[in-house]
Design a protein around this ligand. Structure first.
Ligand code: FE2
Length: 268
């Protein structure tokens, strides 16, 4: 059950309204990485969750995100409010806010696109959902950081700093929850990946670019348990079977493309 208390989670103060900035704030109100998306994603995942501890976590954070929605919505409203006094200049600048919205917030992003449940990542598999949530918090964090960098108003910056900080708190909690539900992060649900294929790295982008782009190495293609297949299409490399049983993987091709390490130039 939900209960509304007539206080904001963070006290919002705006020195000078800036409708243009208010419009940008809508990205965190009704946008893809905004607070409504976070609130709905975690709450619906919580309804689906059979793990009591993680269900509690998802409902806690999902509900907190609703409080964030209220904070960022109030903040955006304060910045947009001058649009309520209609004149041809303000109305022409943003007809959606000024004429359709009367200087208020609606569940749209900064470009006026309506919020959609398509933003939500809900799989019904706890560890997969937790990974989505970690990514969602990281995206929300960077959007808040960019908004902070575009803003001069002290009170607005403080509210955004609070909201940005809570994203990191949630990011950490979801990472800890993921650690608590899985010992091996490469094990996802039940069907195991096919041996050998799973340890192959296909070097499909090769050569040097005009801007200096080149083949590089990293842990993903430069360690003992990884087999690098260089230019698989050019060497007629083909996988003909992927039966998930040890020793059953068949590989076709002339083999010229296979090597333990990339043959091309490396950058450390
Ligand atoms: Fe949030």
């Amino acid at each position: 059950m939900y209960h509304h208390i007539k206080k904001l989670m963070f006290t919002v103060r705006v020195g000078e309204s800036d409708p243009r900035f208010g419009n940008m704030l809508l990205e965190q109100f009704g946008g893809a990485n905004g607070e409504l998306a976070a609130a709905m994603q975690y709450s619906i995942q919580g309804i689906n969750c059979d793990d009591p501890a993680c269900k509690d976590l998802l409902m806690d954070i999902g509900t907190e995100e609703l409080s964030h929605l209220e904070v960022v919505g109030t903040l955006a409203r304060m910045h947009l409010k001058p649009m309520k006094k209609l004149n041809i200049d303000t109305a022409a600048e943003d007809p959606l806010i000024a004429i359709a919205g009367g200087g208020g917030v609606s569940l749209c992003n900064s470009m006026g696109n309506a919020w959609t449940a398509d933003y939500l990542k809900i799989t019904g598999e706890l560890d997969v959902d937790l990974r989505s949530n970690i990514a969602a918090e990281a995206r929300a964090k960077i959007v808040y950081e960019r908004l902070i960098n575009l803003c001069d108003d002290r009170g607005t910056k403080e509210a955004l700093q609070f909201l940005m900080t809570r994203e990191i708190t949630h990011l950490k909690a979801f990472m800890q929850a993921l650690d608590s539900v899985t010992n091996d992060k490469l094990v996802i649900v039940q069907i195991p990946p096919t041996p050998r294929i799973v340890d192959q790295f296909y070097n499909t982008s090769t050569g040097e670019g005009d801007e200096g782009a080149e083949d590089t190495t990293g842990p993903w293609n430069n360690c003992d348990d990884i087999e690098v297949i260089n230019s698989p299409a050019l060497s007629e490399f083909q996988v003909t079977s992927a039966t998930p049983k040890a020793g059953k993987t068949k590989l076709n091709g002339n083999g010229n493309g296979r090597s333990r390490k990339p043959k091309s130039r490396t950058k450390q």
